[in-house]
Ligand binder design. Structure first.
Ligand code: 5AD
Length: 374
């Protein structure tokens, strides 16, 4: 490998790498779990279909070493689509007057959990916009009640940027995990995706707070978001390495017709699965979802995600009537295999590629036995 062109430099020139240089970067990533910023940039920029296949083989091997062929499930409850923020990419941004807004009541949320529990879910992810109606007291009350009724389940919150003190109260009430994508590490890029009231540094501070409080943390970013460069993705990889989260959620950017980014091109399946493979090799044990956005961009997107190293899916447990209103981007999957009721169909699709959904009763949905996941 030509070391000279792979030094960290401020010059915004991306070195062209050969196939064999690419392979040796992937080998070293597998062995050392780390690359420099210039190396990440070169590898991402210089990827080819055959390098991707080389990467996926190694990513699958790593995934199978730690998780076998199990796919873990997390039940997603999208409980409010009101949001105080105005992110340029997001369909539920405050300024979107065409969004049909809804909030689930505490009883509706609890009945989603009940349905999910019967289906075999043992993790509930309460995700919503940053909705002031759900005050600290209301969230604390909901979390306490879920904790009381489902003592053997993990409670995950995904409700955005809040004061450390609020995070602490939710944790004390029984929340175990928190999902907050950093979206993009670079502050200049972050500013091109968000209004001035939001900053990359505050987003990152929230993640460090959550971690310090004892939450298992999930973060992540959109792939192919407007103005994103290979250097931006390199910075995202370095940030993931530093934060060392339990989960990393990534998916392609998909335009929503009622946002300022309506006319921007979507991210690609190809780059998203490449990034999944890289993340699997860098953080071997991380929980890596094949996200809804991945399933939306291509019919077999989630299967391709699994084959690149992903090991989690997050089916929707929200009531069918509201699902179609939680539209972060156009054509978001909200019926069919995405629905929790169709868990068995989803499992059959994964079985066709040699994997299976692991449910907590200790048996799989189909005939084969599998061990209970955490
Ligand atoms: N395309 C893809 N992902 C999106 N998200 C929000 N809007 C979009 C979009 N248009 C992602 C963000 C957010 C998560 C809940 O959904 O990364 O953190």
């Amino acid at each position: 490998m030509n070391r000279q062109i792979l030094t960290d430099s401020e010059i915004p020139m991306i070195p062209v790498i050969s196939e064999s240089e690419g392979k040796s970067l992937i080998d070293r990533l597998e062995q050392t779990r780390a690359l420099s910023r210039a190396e990440w940039t070169a590898l991402i920029h210089g990827r080819t279909p055959s390098l991707a296949e080389y990467l996926f083989e190694r990513a699958r091997r790593t995934r199978i070493r730690y998780y076998g062929k199990d796919i873990y499930i997390r039940g997603l409850i999208e409980f409010t689509n009101y949001c105080r923020n105005d992110c340029y990419y997001c369909g539920i941004r405050k300024s979107n007057k065409n969004a049909v807004r809804y909030r689930l009541s505490k009883d509706q949320i609890l009945s989603c959990c009940e349905t999910g529990y019967q289906l075999g879910f043992r993790t509930f992810v309460l995700q919503g916009g940053e909705d002031g109606w759900f005050t600290e007291d209301r969230i604390t009350d909901i979390v306490s009640e879920i904790r009381r009724r489902f003592p053997d389940c993990a409670i995950t919150l995904s409700i955005g940027e809040l004061p450390r003190e609020s995070y602490r109260r939710f944790f004390d009430a029984g929340a175990d995990r928190y999902l907050l994508r950093h979206e993009t590490y670079d502050s200049a890029h972050y500013s091109r995706l968000h209004p001035a009231s939001l900053s990359a540094s505050h987003r990152q501070k929230c993640l460090w707070d959550l971690k310090e409080l004892g939450y298992q943390v999930g973060t992540g970013f959109m792939v192919g978001s407007p103005y994103q460069t290979a250097e931006n993705l390199a910075d995202d990889m370095l940030f993931l390495k530093e934060l060392n989260p339990q989960m990393v959620g990534i998916g392609p950017f998909l335009p929503h017709h009622d946002t300022p980014f309506a006319g921007q091109p979507a991210g690609t399946l190809e780059l998203t699965v490449f990034m999944l493979g890289l993340i699997r090799l860098m953080l071997p044990k991380v929980l890596l979802p094949a996200t809804t956005a991945l399933g939306t961009i291509a019919e077999d997107g989630r299967e391709q995600g699994i084959l690149a190293g992903a090991n989690v899916v997050m089916p929707n447990l929200s009531p069918a009537q509201v699902r179609e209103n939680y539209l972060l981007y156009d054509n978001k999957l909200c019926t069919g295999d995405e629905a929790a009721e169709s868990l068995k169909i989803l499992d059959e699709r994964f079985c066709a590629i040699g994997y299976h959904i692991a449910v907590s009763r200790g048996d799989s949905l189909n005939t084969e036995n599998s061990d209970a996941p955490g």
